[in-house]
Design a protein around this ligand. Sequence first.
Ligand SMILES: CC(C)=CCC/C(C)=C/CC/C(C)=C/CC/C(C)=C/CC/C(C)=C/CC/C(C)=C/CC/C(C)=C/CC/C(C)=C/COP(=O)(O)OP(=O)(O)O
Length: 299
Amino acid sequence: MKLLKSFLEVARPPFLLLTLVIMALVAATASYEGFDWSSPLFMLVLLGAVSAHISVNILNEYEDYESGLDAMTERTPFSGGSGALVKNPQAAEAVGSLGYLFLGIVVSLGVFFVYLRGWELLPIGIAGILLILFYTSKITRRPWLCLISPGIAFGPLMMTGSYFVLTGEYSWVIFGLSTIVFFLVNNLLLLNQFPDEEADRKVGRFNILMHLGSESSSVIFNSFLGLSYLVLAYMIIDGWLPYWAGLGFFTLILAWPLRVTVKYHHHSLTKLLPALGLNVSVVLLMPSLIAVGLVLALP
Ligand SMILES: CC(C)=CCC/C(C)=C/CC/C(C)=C/CC/C(C)=C/CC/C(C)=C/CC/C(C)=C/CC/C(C)=C/CC/C(C)=C/COP(=O)(O)OP(=O)(O)O
């Protein structure tokens, strides 16, 4: 019972909402582009994507527990790990193995999808699996790679990969949309690094915040935020997306105070904390609203 509780905590269910939103956007895009995709196949891809996300969450938590990081962080609802293994260390080995079990599900489904659709999926799958395996131990020690890896994984890899499984094709529209998710997800992880900076440094992590400082990191953050809206605007104006996709711009109501808070309060954790919540809302709402727009634009 205690093990199940620890597993549920380290899998970090609220974070999995991100994968659900991204997969909804993939499905909506495939429909908008006229594909009559199979629901059972979609459920399998969804299982693969959620398993990939659970796997990286668990392996990250396990490795952060082993390195002692999670015992040092000041936990917020968005950062610092779940703390489940610090509370229940006996569960560590079993929970760690579960991380590899979920990775096994991803690889098995991947082999099936490659068989179904062709080897073109393989580079995407292998890149995704490498990111899951090496995120905590290696990638978090390389500032630029650490900055862009989460966005690459949830954006171009997960979105174009899933779209390819559903439709048998790659498309520029899904690639364009995946760059929006790329910017937003990088920002999600970047801002969540602010409260953990000291603890992260003690275990040898070296991210962009440590490399460039909070001022430059806030400039990167706000540039990524702005670029996500610019890509959306470009895709609508150039006719890649319907006007309905402009629903995504409603999130500017949250993104503007987020931008201002990060710009002026990047050095003050207390003042920055509300921005963490705003950031999560923008990251989840913008792709959701674009997906709703694509569905509304269906004939
Ligand atoms: C070898 C072989 C044949 C393999 C087959 C490969 C194959 C084709 C696999 C594909 C399987 C498929 C199709 C799955 C469906 C979904 C698709 C298409 C996925 C694309 C491929 C894929 C596996 C992508 C990986 C996606 C993910 C979720 C990658 C992880 C990204 C990442 C680094 C996230 C970080 C998350 C965490 C834990 C952050 C916490 O950070 P931290 O700073 O520690 O914060 P805290 O302090 O809060 O802990």
